[in-house]
Write a new protein. Structure first.
Length: 483
């Protein structure tokens, strides 16, 4: 079981398809795939000018996404402003750069709440802390001057004037811009696993992704975002906004020879699947037509939560680094290309032997059952550690963690059968795909013209004993880490 947990987690690190939230994968039979941020789903509830900042703010977690439901163009009330202030305080503390704390946590709110009042309150909050570096709060002549200088208040005609009653969206935009400024100034933004390679006038930026993430991972560093914005195109394992993605998986996900799941797994495994499916309103007839690897994709996101709740798994998937950058590319009209795609990753999973598929499925099912019974999720803990390594840019720590496993202890001997499964897993999930990815990036570096590309794949493809980066280095490319 220990080995199963490690393989299951590694699968999550290297395959986007294995992390689709349950509602999305269930929609496969309807040929839909609606993985988008709340902002994209509820566009009519806010102003067009605010979209770019709101998509950023959604990742910061400084305001409830439920605010979209009633509309963000309504005037902000005092309770909402206090919630926004609490979110800002959390992000300030999460910089790990606070050296002194405010004597009082109270805020002064005028009524009606104007745009200028919100700017004053936000300045009051951020300037009440001490930081590892001097941000110059004492030297500014007024809160408004600071907010203008740092680009928090722009004065653009499509935004509110200072004397206007502040809307929810305007306050969220101010707070989002302020968080971005703070993290940049304090060098507290996530550094990630980030490299570049150059050849014949071409530049390829390579970012290792964590496919499931949390609000704490954001914002990303200015170096990552600047490289992204100056790139001509984004390259990802698969486009998570591809509306045909689920349909592309189906030919590989379903049994077409007249057999069902019951013919390919043990009676105990089959019963476990049916019991878990029933908990989520899925009938035996609906799920029995699918292969073990597809059923794994249906539930694997729950394995990385402490609650076993679908909404938590869905939020983690929406906050994944691939998703964030794909949304940004869509927003700014940047071309998005797939190194693999849904069908390719489905074929990889479908190529697993029946023994390996069941091995991974059982480990996931047991883990989810344990979580639903109140046990701590081992996978969630490892994911949290992975995100912290990623935030700090600690490649060595991530590599050590990803290689570590309790089964290396001398008290646990790997059987011959288990070793066969390990070798199959590593060959199909890493070795073969790493070469394919290296070939793809090689082609980008050799492309005609002067191009700048941004390539995002699972971190395990870039951080391992023999990774995509090692293959490219063997081919003569100089790989430079960007910190």
């Amino acid at each position: 079981m220990i080995m199963k947990k490690r393989l299951s987690f590694l699968l999550a690190l290297v395959l986007c398809i294995s992390l689709l939230p349950l509602p999305v994968v269930q929609a496969a039979e309807n040929n839909t795939n609606e993985v988008v941020t709340i902002a994209a789903q509820e566009k009519s509830t806010f102003s067009d000018w605010a979209l770019a900042d709101l998509i950023v703010g959604d990742t910061y977690g400084i305001y409830p996404l439920s605010w979209y439901e009633k509309g963000l163009t309504d005037p902000m009330n005092e309770a909402q402003l206090r919630i926004l202030v609490a979110g800002l305080r959390y992000k300030i503390l999460n910089t790990d750069c606070v050296t002194a704390y405010p004597e009082s946590y109270g805020i002064s709110v005028n009524k009606p709440i104007t745009a200028e009042n919100v700017l004053d309150v936000l300045f009051q909050v951020v300037s009440s802390y001490g930081y590892t570096i001097d941000l110059g709060f004492d030297a500014v002549s007024s809160p408004l001057d600071f907010m203008v200088e740092k680009g928090i208040f722009t004065g653009n005609p499509y935004e509110l004037a200072l004397e206007d009653r502040c809307t929810i969206e305007q306050a969220c935009v101010y707070a989002t811009r302020l968080v971005t400024y703070l993290y940049d100034a304090l060098d507290a933004a996530s550094k990630g696993f980030f490299w570049e390679a150059k050849s014949q006038g071409n530049t390829v930026y390579m970012l290792g992704s964590i496919h499931l993430a949390s609000h704490d991972i954001y914002p990303l560093s200015k170096k990552i975002l600047e490289a992204f914005h100056k790139s001509d195109a984004l390259f990802v394992e698969l486009n998570l906004l591809n509306t045909n993605g689920a349909a592309e998986m189906l030919p590989y996900a379903m049994y077409t020879d007249g057999s069902t799941l019951k013919d390919h797994v043990s009676d105990m495994t089959y019963q476990m699947v049916m019991e878990l499916a029933a908990m989520f309103g899925i009938s035996e007839n609906e799920i029995a037509i699918f292969k073990p690897w597809f059923i794994y994709t249906m539930f694997s996101g729950l394995n990385y939560t402490d609650s076993g709740d679908q909404s938590d798994a869905s939020l983690a998937a929406q906050l994944g680094i691939d998703m964030k950058l794909t949304l940004d590319a869509m927003l700014y009209g940047k071309p998005i290309y797939e190194l693999e795609g849904y069908a390719y990753q489905a074929q990889v999973l479908d190529s697993f032997s029946d023994d390996l598929e069941e091995y991974l499925l059982v480990s996931t099912l047991i883990s989810i059952y344990n979580i639903l019974e109140g046990e701590t999720s081992v996978a969630a803990n490892v994911l949290d550690n992975s995100l912290e390594y990623w935030r700090e840019g600690d490649i060595e720590g991530f590599l050590e963690m990803s290689k570590a496993s309790e089964y290396t202890d001398t008290s646990y001997e790997i059987s011959e059968e288990e070793q066969i499964l390990i070798d199959e897993f590593n060959d199909k999930l890493l070795t073969q795909r790493d070469k394919h990815m290296a070939d793809y990036i090689d082609d980008l570096l050799q492309a005609e013209g002067n191009n700048t590309y941004f390539v995002v794949v699972g971190s395990a493809h870039y951080v391992s004993d023999y990774s995509v980066l090692d293959i490219l280095a063997e081919r003569g490319y100089e790989i430079n880490q960007i910190k």
